[in-house]
Design a protein around this ligand. Sequence first.
Ligand SMILES: NC(=O)c1ccc[n+]([C@@H]2O[C@H](COP(=O)([O-])OP(=O)(O)OC[C@H]3O[C@@H](n4cnc5c(N)ncnc54)[C@H](OP(=O)(O)O)[C@@H]3O)[C@@H](O)[C@H]2O)c1
Length: 298
Amino acid sequence: MLAVVPTGPGEVGLAEVDEVQPGPDELVIEVAAFSVNRGETFQLETDRPGWRPGKDIAGTIIQGGPRVVAHLPHSGWAERVVVPAHQTAVLPDAISFEQAAALPLAGLTAVRLLRTAGSILGRRVLLTGASGGVGHYVTELAAAAGAEVTAVVSSPERGARLLELGAETLAYDVADATGPFDLVLESVGGRSLPAALTKLRAGGTLIWFGQASREASTLDFFDFFKGPEAAVIKHFHYDSEPADGPDLATLVRLVATGRLHPELGRIEHWTTTGAVLDDLRDRRIRGNAVLTLGREHQ
Ligand SMILES: NC(=O)c1ccc[n+]([C@@H]2O[C@H](COP(=O)([O-])OP(=O)(O)OC[C@H]3O[C@@H](n4cnc5c(N)ncnc54)[C@H](OP(=O)(O)O)[C@@H]3O)[C@@H](O)[C@H]2O)c1
């Protein structure tokens, strides 16, 4: 079968790989679409012998099984994948494979990030790196949960959809966001994190869930006295649950009932995966990027 394989640091190509061999309790899924995430572009930069990328897929369980969405640890960008049933959720007909493929990593992160935050009803929330896959989900879910969301994006075009999804306002630089905020959701690192921190109210919380800039942050103890005295910084990793099926089912239910709208900033055929990864790295994609299998010209 064909699969996307690493071909060099940050590079990928299509190649023949061994057919999947399901273990006990594993399903074989014929993949129809997958999505690519910034974290996976980071993984592709290191040499991992035998490893193939791919966490988010949607497709059909072979031999007449249902349409499903699945979250895998790796090897998902392929014609077929094996996955334990508890890492899947069944799709209603109304949800396309493209929409479903955009759900797992970014959607699970958004759901669990907001769960970590606790009640945000009536709270002021500052979200950095908001124009990406995670950012669109967080914005819509946080606004629906009653938060007043300020989304940090690089341009009005990259924030327009966030306003439609419920963001109260946009900021084009963290330093320009009007605080104080009860909660900061920080995913850019570098100079963004310390700047966002100073926007917190005293005793507020910053949840640190990414470093899209690839730059470490430097914190100054004395900056905390300028507002966020006694603030809490929580490190976050989305991979905290024993199984992803229940939260995937929640995401599917929210989409099916019109309460969550995957933002498909790019849909391409999977033969162009390398170019799409370059665009994702270079901030040329809003929301999620989805690659489809099947015939190229239909
Ligand atoms: N902790 C976890 O478990 C977890 C899980 C999933 C994702 N993450 C992390 O969360 C972040 C968001 O994930 P995602 O999949 O939504 O990523 P994404 O789609 O690539 O979005 C990231 C956004 O960050 C903004 N950004 C600001 N400064 C940047 C810079 N110097 N370089 C690159 N982007 C920059 C970009 O928007 P503008 O161009 O509009 O500024 C971009 O759209 C990433 O850092 C990712 O690694 C963490």
